[in-house]
Write a protein that binds this ligand. Structure first.
Ligand code: ZN
Length: 82
């Protein structure tokens, strides 16, 4: 793996999973961080794929990941208006 994919852009974790590869071999890959679950395609801009270019305000620490709220539950379906 190249230097651009050895660190999670968001949390700097080193365990990166290979999720998917382009139908035409070698064009791009989809990767996912094993800790924060951030997922990216290698052909996206550096600000989405490289730790050194990722926006600081979106970076996460292990403490922030542990304290992150769950994804909100889907609310009950609305009933049709009478
Ligand atoms: Zn991560």
């Amino acid at each position: 793996m190249s230097d651009t994919t050895t660190l999670c852009p968001r949390c700097a974790h080193r365990t990166i999973e290979h999720i998917f590869a382009s139908p035409v071999p070698g064009v791009w890959e989809v990767l996912q961080c094993g800790r924060c679950l951030y997922m990216w395609r290698t052909s996206e801009p550096a600000r989405r794929t490289r730790r050194d270019a990722y926006p600081e305000e979106f970076m996460m620490t292990p403490e922030q990941i542990g304290a992150a709220p769950q994804v909100p539950a889907v609310p009950p379906l609305r009933t049709p208006a009478a």
